[in-house]
Design a protein around this ligand. Sequence first.
Ligand code: ADP
Ligand code: MG
Length: 287
Amino acid sequence: MKEAAVLPMLLKQLRLPTMSRLWKEMNTEAVEQGWTPTRYLKALCEHELSDRDNRKLARYMAESQLPRGKTLETFDFRAIPSLNKSRITAFASGDVWIKSGKNLLIFGPSGVGKTHLAAAIGEKLVEAGYRVLFSRTTEVVQKLQVAKRECNLVSALEKLNKYDCLILDDMGYVQKDQTETSVLFELISERYENKSLLITCNQTFDEWDKIFMDKAMTIAAVDRLVHHATILELNVESYRKRAALKATKLQKEEVEQNQRASSLTSAAGNADPASDVLEEEANQAHV
Ligand code: ADP
Ligand code: MG
């Protein structure tokens, strides 16, 4: 049939890969079930749209560079009692803050779960259909410095605007002594009241003059970041350290248990019937 030969080409030209893949078998089903042409076309369109969403999600997830396995499902909220789970879940849906280009700043010492939480929120944002990029702050700074040297800073900053949320992990590791950090200030200014930043940092604002070139730039950067921001402070003991201590304690308990078990076994092996009698007597005396 001529139509049947032409249709795959037309669907390909129209960039409808799912319809191209399914039209034939669904046509058979439609004939068998007595579907109207409208129902058949609607079913094909629905498959195309659903596959398109899945492909988009997979693309956004791949481009996000989020670390694997750091999800809200694996985040133990009991470790940080001050953190409200439903508030974090609301953040992860993104609607209010991402749509209005607000920021989220997560502070706390090393090992408390800042990166895990940021990545987990990022993953949920991608699932909600937002575009996210996760990066160490030092890497972004290096790339922007290269762009600046090549007189491409404006277009490099504009390229980052396609991301609804830019996660800058470990802002505190950027040091002005090693690098020229005005590009970081340019990035913050570019996104101000425009696109969201999610920043993790182990240094409080009063130490940020180690990051930026001078005091005025530090004040201006902090000002822009906090103007429309939520700040989460994770001031607990390092999760890593607690996990290591727990593991050491468990190991110690296991060793002690093994030692007890082996001393009991050897005592049983050397058992002297007389000592049993003595023990029995002692027990009776105690009763
Ligand atoms: P930070 O970025 O604050 O230095 P990380 O997010 O890298 O800390 O956390 C250190 C390790 O501990 C990671 O493997 C992380 O997955 C884990 N971790 C930290 N906090 C939690 C938590 N509340 N629940 C589950 N895992 C956690
Ligand atoms: Mg971290």
